[in-house]
Write a new protein. Structure first.
Length: 447
């Protein structure tokens, strides 16, 4: 009887897997398959056929779209280039960005819906349009079908969800059934996932727009890190999805309160119930060492050829048979130093510092080590068996113990080595709150 039940269960599981494959295949070829995501009130499906470029829709609040966006309702009344030509105090060679206009309290140029749709050409993925439809009093996000839907695209979905809530709260008079239609371009991710045609411009660090057409492009709110150089003058940096964006929402939602609860835990001191260190040690009482702990992660991987070294490549027979295999591994890694991501460069400095300290019987000057490594979309602790096996076997100091913020705050020197997006949002803020000195890692991107 038990074996029969198990056989039935196996057949049922096979049928379920087959149905999943069939549904997945249909979703690829059909324009009207509904795909539900794990975000409350968020649904992704196909748009009406009339909408230009056939983007995929992200509907907020269970919305539906029956009327296509009409570009004819809008007209461009000026471009960014127009404002560049009249900007006060700017040299003719400077590139004025939308961020500059906002900082200087200058108006942003108007744009058409078609302009916003065309902005999708700037991106490879994680770009969308947010539309308010007064006839339904709903917001809808559009994700373009030609863009790959990656796991990081959920940051875009989260950004649209929070942005919609804040727009309603901050500008209730603008979003009513009697208001005009509203469309804006939005993107998200650790950094802007721009199209391949712009990669050489970004990699070469050019100091102006990657394309002259970008001077007339509509503004794009990017929730994440943006490029330090004005490659895309129309991109406006916004808070990273997660703690940072959510904290803005908390601040707005709790505006009726006058206490510290408006500041979320990520940005309050531990004495106030937050996460930031309250260590008030004097400079001379801090440990004289450069400290860093974090995750072994790629660095702007689409924009450079920097890599994370694999022990299988470097821990060879001659290294293992060397009288001091750790020193041998460190020497070989130093030869390829320029090929590695910044965090691994820091680990090499640590190995060299520890070798020097062992000879002088002093404290190593540098202590940069990984507490975890990314794999299959997860963070795997660095100190568990099997992780960094080859490095550990020769004593190379790649893995370090996890340290609390309070423990890190006892050190004199800190560094905020950039990760996947070239920056480290939370790490930078946490270290700025500490008593020690922060060496800020300047990269092609900024927060």
């Amino acid at each position: 009887m038990l074996s029969s039940i198990k056989a039935l269960m196996r057949r049922k599981q096979r049928r379920q897997r087959l149905m999943l494959l069939i549904v997945t295949a249909i979703a690829v070829v059909s324009s009207y398959i509904m795909i539900y995501e794990s975000i409350p009130s968020l649904v992704i499906d196909a748009p009406p056929r009339e909408l230009a470029r056939a983007p995929v829709r992200i509907g907020h609040e269970g919305s539906s779209v029956t009327n296509p966006i009409g570009a004819g309702k809008y007209r461009v009344r000026g471009t960014l280039q127009d404002l560049v030509n009249t900007a006060e105090g700017e040299s003719s060679s400077a590139t004025t960005t939308y961020t500059d206009l906002i900082r200087d309290n200058k108006p942003l140029p108007q744009y058409s819906v078609q302009n916003a749709i065309d902005a999708s050409e700037i991106y490879y993925s994680k770009f969308g349009l947010l539309r308010y439809d007064p006839t339904t009093n709903k917001f809808t996000g559009y994700y373009f079908r030609k863009h790959e839907w990656q796991s990081g695209a959920m940051k875009l979905a989260n950004s649209i969800t929070v942005l919609t809530s804040m727009l309603r709260s901050l500008f209730p008079e603008r979003f009513t059934p009697n208001s005009p239609e509203f469309v804006m371009a939005v993107s998200s991710g650790d950094y802007s996932d721009v199209a391949y045609k712009y990669q050489s411009c970004v990699q070469n660090g050019e100091d102006g727009p990657c394309d002259e057409s970008l001077l007339t492009a509509p503004p794009v709110l990017h929730f994440g890190s943006v490029f330090r150089q004005p490659h895309f003058p129309n991109l406006i940096a916004m808070p990273m999805p997660g703690d940072h964006l959510n904290c803005f929402k908390v601040w707005n939602d709790l505006k009726h309160r006058n206490d510290g609860r408006r500041i979320c835990d990520a940005f309050r001191s531990s004495t106030e119930g937050g996460w930031l260190s309250t260590n008030n040690l004097a400079w001379d009482d801090l440990i004289p060492q450069l400290i860093w702990r974090g995750t072994d992660f790629p660095f702007l991987e689409k924009l450079n050829s920097l890599r994370q070294p694999r022990w299988e490549t470097y821990i060879t027979g001659p290294v293992r048979s060397h009288p001091n295999p750790n020193e041998a591994a460190t020497t070989i890694l130093r030869k390829d130093y320029q090929k590695f991501v910044p965090r691994w460069k820091g680990v090499i400095h640590t190995a060299e510092s520890e070798i020097e300290a062992s000879r002088t019987n002093t404290l190593p000057r540098i202590n940069i080590k990984f507490t975890s490594v990314t794999g299959a979309g997860k963070r795997i602790p660095a100190n568990i068996e099997g992780v960094y096996r080859g490095w550990k076997e020769v004593g190379f100091p790649v893995a370090g113990d996890t340290m609390t913020i309070e423990e890190l705050s006892k050190y004199k020197y800190h560094i905020d080595l950039g990760g996947g997006g070239g920056t480290t949002w939370t790490g930078t803020l946490q270290k700025l709150f500490m008593s020690g000195l922060l060496f800020h890692h300047v990269t092609p991107t900024k927060d």
